[in-house]
Design a protein around this ligand. Sequence first.
Ligand code: ARG
Ligand code: ZN
Length: 514
Amino acid sequence: MRGAVVNGRRMKLVGGLAVALAVVGGLGATGAAAAPGSPNGPRYTAGSPGAGDTYFPNAGNGGYDVQHYDLDLTYAPPEADPAPLVGQLDGTATIDLVATQDLDRFNLDLRGMEVGSLTVNGKPATAVAPPAPGAEVDGAAYWHVQNDADRIWELTVQPRPKLKAGESVQLVIEYGGQTARPLDIEEALYGWVTTRDGAMVVSEPDGSMTWYPVSDHQTDKASYSFAITVPEGKVAVANGMQPKPEETAGGWTTWYWDAPDQQASYLTTASVGDFDLRDTYYSASGVPIIDAVDADVTPARLLVTNASLARQVEMIDFYEQYFGGYPFVAYGSIVDDDTVFYALETQTRPVYSRQASEGTVAHELAHQWFGDAVSPERWQDIWLNEGWASYASWMWDEHDGGATVQESYNEWYASEEPDSEYWDLQIGDPGPLGLFQDPVYDRGAGALHALRLELGDETFFAGTQLWLERYNDSAGTAEDFQAVFEEVSGEDLDGFFQTWLYEQAKPPATWTTP
Ligand code: ARG
Ligand code: ZN
């Protein structure tokens, strides 16, 4: 789903839909729509191969809007230990989408997997070699370009008949391949990371394409359902809730998960391991919490993990007071024994690497509001995710009797001298290699604290709630964020955001108090 209508106004849209509206507008000007193919008929064009994000130009796609992904996966983890970390993944993705322009062809993103068959509304398309640019291809067809050196992974679908704007389509794609340990642009592990006992699946920013055909950008959220078949004894945990119990036959177990909320592709998980799937418990507000902890987590780390997970209920209660009701159908944590070494705020069910510390749990929970319910419209807006999640964990610390938010701010502010290169990173535009650099996190948190001091608690939290409400189930930019706080405060905040997001210097000491 793309931008939702909220508060009676349509949110800013990117890419395909804006194009679709222009095309529809053009039709109106020429009078009644003529038949497809006639001289005055609609022009069928190719959907864009990217969502228009300058950091990852080929991530996501234009020309359509995905409604739902149904992923039926079968996964065989590596067989022996020690063994090469290679598994086998076979999937059937059933994807419901709506064309947002008259489409001759359109793309999905898929990396490192091979397509076995593809149907459009039940009709098979033929696998063909990628045609030369501008060349015609006969009939319903698909082709797949995988260029690892240039990081281009595009599966093109040519539907026949062509699709009219507004038309609903169902694709069924059978695909599969060996799974390995994919790397992101900065060479960190991500995507379907094969582990000794399964897979740790953490796909920020563009790693979902390593395990299913997807429009891999947060401007096209969708709902999800999963059936994940793994060797008997393994546990598969995805987003959302189990609609029915797992089923075992012939040495394989199928785990079912449903995630009905709008969800960005990078927040999808389907992690597999020797997990202890714990009994569901509930927040005071009734959110079901489902945790899964790898049986191989060491005793010392298990102690830390269990103590942290035990605080989740209180943390939800605390954040709900400031950020409004928890936004999704469920929550819970996956703690994997692996070597990825970072956690990810996968929607409804963050994944932790080897252990879950309390600060990280407070951080990933806050992301459910900041990042998940409201996503960064462009990757350059990442500070809205990481700054907020970091600031919320300062708030939790204060609530829990630790440092006050002001003390955390002061400590961060004092930690880098003015001549440090730390201040060079523009957190409002950190570049694709800067997404997860420290300043995005703590200068981002500092910016939010300074904004709070600038506006006062009441206006700051009113703005926060308006932001979360207006862009819920959707995405917004730093400019949208600034506009919300200008709206609630009546102040011009250009100078403030310039200082905090773009100035390559230590901000003045104005917000540091004794
Ligand atoms: N968003 C994650 C967090 O909560 C960090 C993800 C790091 N990802 C990466 N590809 N390096 O901080
Ligand atoms: Zn984070």
